[in-house]
Design a protein around this ligand. Structure first.
Ligand code: NDP
Length: 270
């Protein structure tokens, strides 16, 4: 009998999580069934209860249910509480734990890529759900400075105020960004629409790294912009596989190796 897991979202058919977890199961020789389940936007809790009734052992949660999952959980991990969002539900001894593995996924990918972190000047573009999840882990590497820039500047100010106790962080609009960052992370959804936020010409330092959380067959507009300015560019597929590996570890205690799964996903899916 396989252990049952799932990802809940709406829409969720596009999710690559089932392929990723199937590859982890094959790699580790563990019997796991992992399904994509679409819940009605007002039916997440009912869908979760049905899943538990079927013997579900844990789930990932994606848009638009990350906040609802945080409310549903009896207890939040420190990193999920900081993010105010849950992407991993872990049923335990009589209680449901909510965790957030997005930040660890990003950090592991940045480390794998040799991106500048400790002592670096880091800019984060965007102030949405994904950014909330990654600010804690990014501040934990002790960058020299971390600047969040967002189209709606007030949201960047709010996040900077919220995370101030965890390290050197500033927030504002794109016009206040400044120049010469060693690492620039695009966490806006502008790439989805093929758009580029208004960025200063010298935003990225010489030999700096540009990372777009979005991923796809082609480099995003942001990656193309950064590449034309000499930056090393990466997309967010490694973050996706990294957060999945950390969720797997939290559920099962075994550690998949994300690297071959990432290579296969990139080769097979596009
Ligand atoms: P949200 O909807 O929560 O936030 C979207 C952000 O993008 C906001 O800050 C918004 O600014 C900004 N934005 C949207 N359109 C534009 C635009 N045209 N110009 C400038 N800024 C814009 O999304 P998420 O935080 O959940 O996701 C952000 C991105 O990260 C998505 O591309 C998503 O696919 C990706 N992601 C990748 C993951 C991975 O594992 N690789 C994991 C999670 C997310 P404003 O506040 O002004 O509206």
């Amino acid at each position: 009998m396989s252990d049952l897991y799932a990802v809940f979202g709406n829409p969720v058919a596009h999710s690559k999580s089932p392929q990723i977890h199937a590859a982890f199961a094959a790699q580790l020789g563990e019997r796991v069934r992992y399904e994509a389940r679409e819940a009605e936007t007002d039916g997440f809790e009912a869908a979760w209860q049905r899943f538990v009734g079927e013997g579900g052992r844990g789930a990932n949660v994606t848009l638009p249910f990350k906040q609802q999952a945080a409310t549903l959980a009896d207890r939040l991990s420190e990193r999920a509480a900081l993010a105010a969002a849950v992407n991993t539900l872990i049923p335990g001894d009589g209680e449901l734990l909510g965790d957030n593995t997005d930040g660890v996924g990003l950090l592991h990918d940045l480390q794998r890529l040799g991106a500048p972190l400790a002592g670096a000047r880091i800019a984060v573009l965007g102030a949405g759900g994904a950014v909330r999840g990654v600010l804690g882990p990014l501040l934990a590497v002790a960058p020299q400075r971390l600047v969040i820039a967002n189209r709606t500047a007030a949201k960047a100010h709010e996040l900077a105020a919220l995370f101030k106790a965890h390290g050197a962080i500033e927030g504002g609009g794109f016009e206040a960004l400044g120049e010469g960052f060693d690492l620039v992370i695009n966490a806006t959804s502008a790439s989805l629409a093929g758009e580029l936020p208004p960025l200063p010409e010298r935003l990225i330092a010489e030999e700096g790294v540009a990372y777009d959380m979005m991923y796809g067959a082609e480099p995003t507009v942001f990656m193309q912009w950064a590449d034309a300015r000499g930056a090393r560019c990466h997309d967010g597929l490694g973050m996706l596989v990294g957060q999945a590996a950390e969720s797997w570890f939290q559920w099962r205690g075994s550690r998949p190796d994300p690297e071959p799964v990432l290579a296969r996903l990139r080769a097979e899916l596009w």
